[in-house]
Structure formats: structure tokens, C-alpha cells
Design a protein around this ligand. Structure first.
Ligand code: SAM
Ligand code: DTB
Ligand code: SF4
Length: 336
């Protein structure tokens, strides 16, 4: 079971104080912290594939794949291992270093485990890092996935503990933490973040980040999604987070989670190049590449390549994650 750190590394008032810093001061602090732990111009690239689409019994109010909402998603069966290998090969050719397989389940069933483990083995054999997001796991399932070679497990807390039941009622925040605990115990790396723009307050955003940063071992990877409003879901008309507030939240996340790779995850399609550039400056250093996310379109591959070129961003290699920024990096700054 995951425990909050006894010393409560970040208090609510400390986090609020970060949000209240003048914008430039906050960004300067975030960029300074960023350079202590990462090469400033490197961004990690992951590719997402939906190995099982739709028909999910859960009631997450943002999700196109819940059976409870009338969305355009057509349910499908679990992809075959052969289909996954073919897709992973194309992801590798596009320069993705990690392949993330998602399934629209509350959690995997015993009958799925062999096929999932085979997928992990085959993708690893291509020389890519593997990640899965399959919903709630029990302890044994986490061990089986680890033994198959799974590097990362993605399991988002999605929002603050206080706001959680406004978004999902079919499981609790504690249930999510329990799975994260099993993933840790099994020895996998944790990918855990949330969604902004679901009607939550700034305090909720801070509280979600506290829940992540105050874990005994914070997640290695933290996806920050901007809600992709899905017609037919209860959140289809949710107010967008203001771009400056989105950047501010990334900067606060960078300061609170100095060693975590922060993924500018869903929602980039509706972000301007300037907004994405500011997010990278504030400390985001990972994206999903490829034309599709799970059920919605992502930024076209060529557009990302062009933006990286304009910004002088290069790909982060797997072994650079969490390592101090390269001492040969001429842009490195002294940190007081
Ligand atoms: N069913 C599994 C689960 O919920 O853990 C795995 C797949 S689920 C789609 C993975 C994550 O995608 C969710 O936790 C949520 O953070 C994110 N997500 C889903 N729909 C989204 C949307 N419309 N906009 C932004 N993020 C979304
Ligand atoms: C995460 O935090 N975001 C990804 C991944 N983990 C699984 C999912 C984004 C989904 C966006 C909406 C869709 O395409 O359905
Ligand atoms: Fe199901 Fe995951 Fe969508 Fe929730 S987010 S409805 S658990 S697929």
C-alpha cells in the first residue's frame, strides 16, 4: 500500500504559494529546477496504441470509451500480438522510444494475461521500452507484467482526492493508489498523472500534484493531459483551462516533481505552437508522437517534427531519463 510521506513534503500552502508567484518568477524557478535534472532541450517520445477499444464498464466522465455514454466509439476486441508487433515497428520507425499499450478495461481478466505478456515480450524484442495502461491490477497481475518485462505501468489519479468522486464513482482514489503500490512493489516504473480542464479548481490541481509528489517514491513519469472534450460524455462542454493557467500548472509540477519526466499528453492538437513551447520551457519533457491517441487524433507526426526543429528540441534517449543534465550541455546554468 502506498503511503503519503510522513513528513508531507509539500503542504497545501506551499503549493498555493507556488501558484501565486509572478509568472516569470515561477517559470524561472521551474526552468532552473529542470536544468538540475534534465538536459533542457531534450524531449522523450512515446507512442500510444489502443489495444482494446470501448465497452468499458467504468463511468469516468471524460472518457469516450465508457459504455455509459453515447459516443462515436465502436468497441473492439483485444488486438492480436501480430497486430501489435506491426504497429510497434512503425512506431519505432517514427522515432518513438517507448510503446504504450492502453486497454478500455476496469482491469484485465485472468484470461487476458498470457496475451498481454506475449505483447510485452515481442515489443521489447524490437528494442523499445514498454508501457501498459490496463486499469486496476491485483498484486499477482503486477508481478506477471513485471516478469514479462514491462518497464512502465500508467495509472492516473486523474484529479485531486477531493474532486475525484465528481469525475468517477465506480472506483476510488484509494483504489488507484493501491494499484500504484502493487506496480511499485513488483519493481516497475510508475507513470501517473491527471487531466486539467474538468471543472476543477486551482486548489484541486495543487492537491493532485501534492498527492503525486508526496508519494513515498514519486512517479518516474507524469502525464499532464488537457481534457479532450468528447461529444456524448458529461464533460463535453467543460470550460477549457486558460493557456496561462495550464503553463503555470506545468511549472508548479516541475518544481514539485523535479526528477519526473513530465508528459505534455492529450490535448496538444488544440494547443498553439507558442503554448507548447511555453510548456516545454516550464518543464514538460515528453510527448506522445503519432497521428492517434486512444480514440482521438493527435498532432500529425510532421507537425511535431517541424516544431522540434523550430525549437531546437532533440529526442531524449531512454537512459537519459532522470539523469542529471549532460555536463557537456552548453546551455546549462549555475543554480544558486
Ligand atoms: N482504462 C484504463 C484506466 O482508466 O486506467 C486505461 C486507459 S484510460 C483511457 C488512460 C487515461 O487516459 C485516463 O486515466 C485519463 O487520464 C486519460 N484520458 C482518457 N480520456 C481522456 C480525455 N478525453 N482527455 C484527456 N485525457 C483522457
Ligand atoms: C495518459 O495520461 N493519456 C493517454 C494515456 N495516458 C493512456 C490517453 C489520452 C487519451 C485522450 C483521449 C482519447 O484519445 O480517447
Ligand atoms: Fe474505462 Fe479507462 Fe475510460 Fe475510465 S478512463 S471509462 S476506466 S477506459
Amino acid at each position: 500500500m502506498v503511503q503519503f510521506n510522513n513528513s508531507q513534503k509539500w503542504s497545501a500552502s506551499e503549493v498555493q504559494a507556488l501558484f501565486e508567484l509572478p509568472f516569470s518568477e515561477l517559470l524561472y524557478q521551474a526552468q532552473t529546477v529542470h536544468r538540475q535534472h534534465f538536459a533542457p532541450n531534450e524531449v522523450q517520445k512515446s507512442r500510444l496504441v489502443n489495444i482494446k477499444t470501448g465497452g468499458c464498464p467504468e463511468d469516468c466522465k471524460y472518457c469516450s470509451q465508457s459504455i455509459r455514454y453515447a459516443t462515436e466509439v465502436q468497441p473492439s476486441k483485444l488486438m492480436s500480438v501480430e497486430e501489435v508487433i506491426a504497429d510497434a515497428k512503425s512506431a519505432k520507425a517514427d522515432g518513438a522510444s517507448r510503446y504504450c499499450m492502453g486497454a478500455a478495461w476496469r482491469g484485465p481478466k485472468a484470461r487476458h494475461m498470457d496475451q498481454l505478456c506475449e505483447m510485452i515480450g515481442e515489443v521489447k524484442a524490437l528494442g523499445m521500452e514498454t508501457c501498459m495502461t490496463l486499469g486496476l491490477l491485483d498484486r499477482d497481475q503486477a508481478i506477471q507484467l513485471k516478469q514479462a518485462g514491462l518497464d512502465y505501468y500508467n495509472h492516473n489519479v486523474d484529479t485531486s482526492p477531493e474532486y475525484y468522486d465528481k469525475i468517477i464513482t465506480t472506483r476510488t482514489f484509494e483504489d488507484r493508489l493501491q494499484t500504484i503500490g502493487y506496480v511499485r512493489e513488483a519493481g516497475m516504473k510508475v507513470c501517473c498523472g491527471g487531466i486539467l480542464g474538468m471543472g476543477e479548481t486551482q486548489q484541486d490541481r495543487g492537491s493532485m500534484l501534492r498527492a503525486l509528489a508526496n508519494l513515498e517514491e514519486p512517479p518516474e513519469s507524469v502525464p499532464i493531459n488537457m481534457l479532450v472534450p468528447i461529444p456524448g460524455t458529461p464533460l463535453e462542454g467543460a470550460n477549457r483551462v486558460e493557456p496561462l493557467e495550464f503553463i503555470r500548472t506545468i511549472a508548479v509540477a516541475r518544481i514539485m516533481l523535479p526528477k519526473s519526466v513530465l508528459r505534455l499528453s492529450a490535448g496538444r492538437r488544440t494547443m498553439s505552437e507558442e503554448l507548447q513551447a511555453m510548456c516545454f520551457f516550464a518543464g514538460a519533457n515528453s510527448i506522445f508522437v503519432g497521428d492517434r491517441l486512444l480514440t482521438t487524433d493527435n498532432v500529425e507526426y510532421d507537425h511535431d517534427a517541424a516544431l522540434f526543429d523550430k525549437l531546437g528540441i532533440v529526442e531524449m534517449l531512454p537512459d537519459a531519463e532522470g539523469e542529471p543534465a549532460s555536463s557537456t550541455n552548453e546551455f546549462r546554468v549555475a543554480v544558486s
